[in-house]
Design a binder for this molecule. Structure first.
Ligand SMILES: *Cc1c(COP(=O)(O)O)cnc(C)c1O
Length: 360
């Protein structure tokens, strides 16, 4: 069977090893005579999966003991609302760094809850870079500062994160969690929908510092209150058991690859291959993101005309490349090269890009 060269932005590629393992275990999970989807979320078999996923995340991301690792539903989008609901009070204001569509959406939700402002933005250049941002731009009554680590649509990524001590730093890491080493201590909360780097859709990972949890609004509806998830080990109600099972397999796969440092090295090589091809194309291909702000996860590029873009996408499709069309807010093309996209797929894409250029 031929697998697609999957460059989808999300949901996106999963490691073939993980899919094979899930297939093997599907009808009879560990001798139970049932699939993992059919087991009680209170069973010992499921509990083992749940704990494994938490332990692997703690190990891979070196999560300190004073942080909670939580599983929620509702995607990153629900976090856009839960964060201000829990941490924005009537006397404080939240500050948002605008680096793309997802930051805008996060801000909009905060504005529905309370006071929120933009500390800095790269909107005026269609989000093609990560603006300078440092501690002295943070106001003293700031409830928290929110940033988007990797801008999935515009192909930009923070190369280093700001050191913020005046206010809790919160990051949407949906599209680059586990792609490179990070220092959890810099953040009070980070979150990611699973469907880019962690597994299938359905589960959202939240890593929350206990110190910030202590400040959470205690009067929220149960399912919107982080305390509910902390106090029940994310088992207050039925969690998305199959998604968490798949997450545990993906995390195990990352460990087998050599952990985050090894994944990061491969990711850097994959991204370099594509950006080198773009940069050495004499302007035939152009990267949307400025050097210094370029994402190692989403390579966004344009061709000289709409007609050539259309031909490029058609031809690439015929050859088995999937998901290369860009988002409507940038146009052009986007190759999403998350952890599970093999280096070989990137090599084949570069070969195709070179031959398409020479034919045109
Ligand atoms: C995909 C994505 C989202 C939206 O995630 P959902 O899980 O669909 O709500 C939010 N932020 C970023 C950075 C994303 O890439």
């Amino acid at each position: 069977m031929k697998r697609a060269h999957n460059f989808n932005a999300g949901p996106s590629a999963l490691p073939i090893e993980v899919l094979n393992r899930a297939q093997k275990e599907l009808l009879n999970y560990k001798g139970t005579g049932m699939s993992i989807m059919e087991l009680s979320h209170r069973s010992k078999e499921y509990d083992e999966v749940h704990e494994k996923a938490i332990t692997y995340l703690r190990t891979l991301l070196r999560v300190p003991d004073n942080y909670h690792v939580l599983f929620l539903q509702g995607g990153a989008s629900l976090q856009f609302s839960m964060i201000p609901l829990n941490f924005l009070s009537s006397t404080s204001s939240a500050e948002y760094v605008l680096t793309g569509v997802w930051s805008e959406k996060a801000l909009e939700e905060a504005e529905k809850v309370g006071k929120a402002s933009v500390v800095t933005s790269s909107k005026h250049t269609n989000y093609n870079y990560i603006p300078d941002f440092s501690e002295n731009q943070v106001s003293k009554d700031s409830a928290y500062v929110h940033l988007t680590s990797n801008n999935t649509i515009f192909g930009t990524q923070w190369s280093t994160y700001p050191e913020i001590t005046k206010a809790p730093l919160i990051a949407d890491m949906s599209s680059d969690i586990l792609s490179r080493e990070i220092n959890i201590d810099q953040f009070s909360l980070l979150y990611a929908g699973a469907q880019k780097n962690l597994g299938p859709s359905g589960v959202t990972v939240v890593i929350l510092k206990d110190e910030l949890l202590q400040k959470a609004n205690p009067n929220l509806p149960t399912m919107l209150d982080y305390n509910t998830y902390v106090n029940s080990n994310s088992l207050y109600n039925t969690p998305p058991t199959f998604s968490i099972y798949m997450l545990s397999l993906v995390l195990e796969w990352v460990l087998e690859q050599g952990g985050v440092p090894a994944i990061e090295a491969t990711n850097n090589k994959k991204a370099a291959l594509l950006y080198d091809c773009i940069d050495s194309s004499d302007g035939f291909y152009n990267a949307h993101a400025k050097p210094g702000s370029r994402s190692t996860m989403n390579v966004v590029f344009t061709l000289p005309s709409d007609e050539l873009t259309k031909q490029f996408l058609e031809k690439s499709n015929e050859l088995g490349f999937v998901g290369l069309n860009g988002h409507r807010s940038v146009g052009g093309c986007r190759a999403s090269i998350y952890n599970a996209v093999p280096y070989e797929s990137c090599e084949e894409l570069v070969d195709f890009m070179k031959s398409f250029k020479s034919e045109n």
